[in-house]
Design a protein around this ligand. Sequence first.
Ligand code: PBG
Ligand code: ZN
Length: 326
Amino acid sequence: MTQLNFRRHRRLRTSATMRGMVKETYLHKEDLIYPLFVMEGENIKNPVNSMPGVYQFSLDKLDEEIDEVVEMGIPAVILFGIPAEKDAVGTGAFHDHGIVQKATRQIKSRHPELLVIADTCLCEFTDHGHCGVVEGEKILNDPSLDVLARTAVSQAQAGADIIAPSNMMDGFVIAIRTALDEAGFHDVPIMSYAVKYASSYYGPFREAADGAPQFGDRKTYQMDPSNRLEAIREAQSDIDEGADFLIVKPALSYLDIIRDVRNNFPVPIVAYNVSGEYAMVKAAAQNGWIDEKSVVLETLLGMKRAGADLILTYHAKDVVRWLEEK
Ligand code: PBG
Ligand code: ZN
């Protein structure tokens, strides 16, 4: 037989050991951030319908969950709060005894080593469900900054290790950085939701966090899914204003954006594997249509390969179990 001249790629796939040796991307439990929904009340562990395995917790039910997260070696949680009462400004977001502040104190006193990330937004605390202060049907930029900055400072005072502003108002990073510094929190980093699209994949989260907008939509502040260059502009502003981490959200339909942000900014990049992405996988798995473990691990690996350093995901606890099985 004549000797054809071609390259034998299969040589590097001949055994599990060989494949292991040439593996380029890894998923580690240290990469994971676990979201938690905390609410006022007692004896509550409410399943979220559209997110099997995800619950809303009252504070008396929270310790057990946190102990498990720590035991598993997940390094960080991000907190979303559901207050007892909402108002037009979202004052519950910055109360000293607001739900996120109380949960933060409770977690930090029990597990000082677990990183608590406070989501800094207003939509769970406003009666209209928008992420900023409104006038009629308009979402006001600068008045929202003052409320956000107060919220961030009160979260840092409660012991939050990282502030994660998610409301997509212009200037939110500099407003929060300035307020944190003035209050003495120079060492509290900002993990900015720098690139956040107006996505339909947030549907289940709005049930979990009770934060659906009561009129209109979020398209004047969140980004158009058609845009790629705009992501660079958004990320650049947040870097200029002092962001320490950049979040890209959602993740699955935006892997190209994760790569762009990775290539342009030398800071830790966080992919937010959002509620709708989680719900789709869970629904298909429950029907027996896909293998949940291998699909989730492949999906999260894809986010890391795209350039994410960290992944914020509702699958975090399952992922740790699966990584330990292998
Ligand atoms: C609100 C917020 C949203 C998510 C995180 N913070 C929803 C929204 O913007 O409507 C979505 C997270 C998810 O879907 O998992 N600031
Ligand atoms: Zn919001």
